[in-house]
Ligand binder design. Structure first.
Ligand code: SF4
Length: 399
């Protein structure tokens, strides 16, 4: 999203449309997290070729599939992330090109506005030093490196002056921010909170070991979103070892309980069906998961990624079994989420994002969806709700 925004802001000689049918040129900013993602990109590119579009490929997929797509002449040009600022001149090139650029590249862009959004996404770092067995990201995004702190602050100052109040800190492994420079995510957030106009700060995702003593000290700050997304990926230690993860269940449970006591809504990533997730492992995992005070979940069904250690692991888990496990995980956390919202006594601070058919949609400080019926145009506003109805999938109010 950030990368797309940068590219859109650099296109001077072209008109931008988000509707492919209106376009002569299609720039595919691709993801490569799974083999599935790569094959979706291929299918999409073939489809666009049939519509006679001139196609360019960028994003992580440029690193994994760019070469073959370029050789097969399915795309006119391929460019890596570090080259995205040159998009205007690249798209003016008359000759086909393949320019992956530098994998250790770090952004120095200031994006001043995010069209149509009330929250601004700020990329603060890139890459990852972890080597989870199933993950291709470090190979396509490189090792962790951070954006310059002063640059980030300047970026947020401009956005805040342009009316943005909520900032989402994003990256590949956001919690590793600043480790090379001796900075930290907590330190950065404290500095961001001092900028005039900043009302709420959210972190895309943290690893459990990144919730340090220093981080614990900012938990009571009013500007910190009362929701943390902490990536566990699994709740069985056997699986965590196979996945080459750095977290373990007992300490994860302790951490989550401590955060829940402080009133936080808690989310996580969870992978079902990774090789080795036998019935016994699963039984342990689901029991453990039920003990966690989780309110949000971002579950994935394991998808093999060639070139990763997990791709060679056995036994593989049948897709139908994974599907059932996935359903159990989602239902468990959905129930928790409903209970959390029913028990919550605190007024909701909602940032309204958009309107659909007279209903305004936004997110509260717990990262829960709120729908408000109103005759006033609330888009982009902050609304405090004392009275609202807790519905199964969201909270609802009329103003
Ligand atoms: S921490 Fe995240 S990005 Fe890094 S290797 Fe693990 S899953 Fe991939």
């Amino acid at each position: 999203m950030f990368d797309s925004q940068v590219m859109m802001s650099r296109l001077k000689d072209f008109d931008i449309t988000l509707q492919e049918e209106d376009a002569d040129i299609v720039v595919v900013n691709s993801c490569t997290v799974t083999n599935g993602a790569d094959s979706n990109v291929r299918t999409y590119i073939n489809h666009m070729r049939n519509l006679n579009k001139e196609i360019y490929l960028t994003g992580c997929g440029a690193h994994t599939k760019g070469e073959s797509l370029f050789e097969q002449e399915k795309v006119f040009g391929v460019f890596g992330q570090s080259e995205k600022e040159r998009i205007n001149s690249l798209l003016n090139e008359k000759k086909r090109f393949y320019e992956l650029g530098d994998l250790d590249f770090i952004d120095e862009n200031i994006v001043e506005e995010f069209a149509g959004k009330s929250r601004a996404f700020i990329k603060i770092q890139e890459g990852c030093n972890f080597r989870c067995s199933y993950c291709i990201i470090p190979f396509v995004r490189g090792d962790a490196r951070s954006m310059d702190e002063e640059q980030i602050l300047r970026q947020i100052e401009i956005l805040a002056a342009n009316g943005f109040g909520e900032f989402v800190l994003s990256g590949t492994n956001v919690g590793s921010y600043g480790h090379r420079q001796g900075h930290s995510i907590a330190g950065l957030m404290k500095r961001i909170s001092l900028i005039r106009g900043v009302r709420r700060i959210r972190i895309g995702s943290l690893e459990p070991i990144q919730v340090t003593g220093e981080f614990m000290e900012i938990l009571d700050e009013p500007w910190l979103e009362k929701h943390l997304h902490i990536a566990l990926q699994h709740t069985s230690d056997d699986m965590l070892r196979l996945m080459n993860r750095r977290n373990r269940y007992a300490s994860d449970l302790k951490l989550f309980e401590k955060l829940a006591e402080k009133g936080f809504a808690l989310g996580t990533d969870f992978i079902v069906g990774h090789p080795g997730e036998t019935d016994a492992v699963w039984d342990e995992a689901i029991n453990n998961l039920r003990r966690l005070p989780l309110t949000h979940i971002h579950p994935f069904t394991y998808s093999k990624r060639d070139g990763t250690p997990s791709a060679l692991m056995k036994p593989e888990i049948n897709g139908a079994v994974s599907k059932i496990r996935m359903k159990t995980v989602v239902e468990t956390v959905d129930e928790n989420n409903l209970l959390f919202r029913q028990r919550s006594k605190i007024p909701l601070e909602v940032l309204i994002e958009n309107e659909k058919a007279g209903l305004y949609h936004g997110l509260d400080q717990f990262f829960n969806r709120v729908i408000i019926k109103s005759h006033d145009d609330l888009t982009g506003n902050w609304v405090t709700l004392e009275n609202y109805e807790v519905r199964k999938d969201h909270n609802y109010a009329e103003l």
